[in-house]
Design a protein around this ligand. Structure first.
Ligand SMILES: [Zn+2]
Length: 181
């Protein structure tokens, strides 16, 4: 499997965890949208498109997010402890909509996406830069903010080292992506 295209849309305010959205094309014939590039505590990682897990209110059977304290349908209090945890103790709040099933595939996708992100970041510092995706397909940053705060960070093996600092305009600034495409 090859990532044949990776379109990056940088978010306007990158002081938060969410840095960019990405749309990838696989083998020139399958597109996956809504991948997020997130700055974690130990480097960047890529979050696959996901949906929030929900459960049902014991009283009215309305659906609520697992961390909701009150039912957004009947207003009743919801019980605690509805969030389960994985083997590494991280809360399970989201379910991936699409995701790689082995490490090699994850690495392939992540390195292509991060390389494209680096290139886009570099381009964004050039005068006259125009954001790649600026049409009716545009992402709505605001609707993602709450989700991203809760995105579970992956194990360390899935992290990517942070790129050189923004200020260090060095000779190797463009070499990060070379060799990938
Ligand atoms: Zn309810």
């Amino acid at each position: 499997m090859k990532v044949t295209d990776a379109q990056i849309k940088l978010v306007n305010d990158r002081s938060n965890k969410l840095q960019a959205f990405c749309t990838v094309t696989v083998d020139d014939e399958f597109v996956i949208r809504d991948i997020k590039i997130i700055k974690g505590t130990n480097g960047y990682f890529v979050a696959m498109p996901s949906r929030k897990l929900m459960d049902r209110c014991p009283s009215c059977k309305g659906k609520n997010h697992l961390r909701a304290l009150y039912c957004n349908r009947c207003g009743g209090s919801l019980p605690d402890g509805r969030v389960s945890h994985d083997s590494e103790g991280r809360p399970k709040l989201h379910a991936d909509i699409a995701h790689p099933i082995n490490q090699a595939c994850r690495d392939t996708i992540q390195s292509a996406i991060i390389a494209a992100y680096e290139t886009e970041l570099e381009n964004s510092r050039q005068p006259g830069y125009v954001a790649a995706s600026d049409n009716e397909d545009d992402y709505d940053d605001d609707s993602y903010d709450d989700d991203v705060v809760e995105v579970e960070e992956p194990p360390v093996r899935d992290r990517i080292s942070p790129p050189p600092d923004d200020e260090s305009e060095g000779a190797d600034a463009g070499s990060f992506a070379s060799g990938i495409f």
